[in-house]
Design a protein around this ligand. Structure first.
Ligand code: HEM
Length: 214
């Protein structure tokens, strides 16, 4: 196996580990007295972590110059979707027994469920269009624009977490800080690139530069 493929398999297995550990804990009966809540919490928190880890890829690549890392972004994003799907299924199946009236009531009346649903639904087009075929079908620029939805998905996910905790908001706030930092970096980077282009190319060329890089 080539070293690059070896690393890819390693990253894949590392991403799968929370799921494997959850299955092991379930099989060994080492979850708490409320295993459904444990599964919901574990899958929820890993969805959020993978969303944020995927969002870290571009800043890491730009700051470190380690371009190879971009090859893992799709896998990390799809793992966020995978854990999100498990999280949603735990709620729909194990928590609500697919009772449509109960689920609709929750989606409309409980703001944290509304935010979570929005966060998950926003991930669907991202997962669907994550293939090379979709990139060429949409064109790089439109694809990039669509994939900025990931920031809204992560925002809804953080709101979901902040809304559902009753007392200790330390953990959701920590995730909110990480997300805000990533968004601030993205905005700063966009402004900086524009300014550099303005200085290098002169005002007239900025328009064509932003067409290429935005
Ligand atoms: C982007 C999508 C989502 C993310 C990132 C996410 C994340 C989370 C997180 C971090 C938690 C708390 C875990 C903990 O307490 O340690 C959680 C709990 C929960 N989530 Fe989500 N969630 C998402 C979507 C959804 C959806 C679509 C639903 C249902 C429609 C849902 C229902 C729940 C429920 C019922 C809980 C447990 C609340 C409790 O313990 O009282 N989530 N979620």
């Amino acid at each position: 196996m080539k070293p690059r493929a070896f690393v890819k398999v390693g990253v894949f297995l590392a991403c799968l580990m929370p799921f494997i550990l959850l299955l092991v804990a379930l099989a060994m009966g080492t979850l708490s007295a409320n295993p459904i809540q444990d599964i919901t919490q574990e899958t929820g928190v890993w969805t959020l972590r993978f969303l944020l880890i995927a969002l870290c890829v571009t800043p890491l690549r730009k700051l470190s110059g380690w371009n190879e890392i971009i090859k893992f972004r799709r896998m990390l994003g799809l793992f966020a979707f995978f854990y999100g799907f498990l999280h949603l299924m735990t709620y729909l199946w194990l928590d609500q027994f697919f009772s449509v009236p109960e689920i609709m009531h929750d989606v409309v009346k409980r703001p944290f469920i509304t935010a979570g649903t929005a966060g998950f639904l926003l991930m669907v087009p991202l997962a669907v269009t994550s293939t090379r075929k979709w990139i060429s079908r949409l064109g790089g620029k439109r694809w990039q624009l669509l994939h900025r939805l990931v920031y809204f998905s992560a925002g809804a996910a953080v709101a979901h977490y902040l809304w559902l905790v009753k007392a200790d908001i330390q953990r959701p706030v920590a995730y909110a800080v990480v997300l805000s930092t990533l968004i601030a970096y993205r905005l700063f980077d966009a402004l900086h690139s524009r300014r550099v282009a303005e200085q290098r190319l002169g005002r007239g060329a900025v328009l064509s530069y932003s067409r290429l890089h935005d």
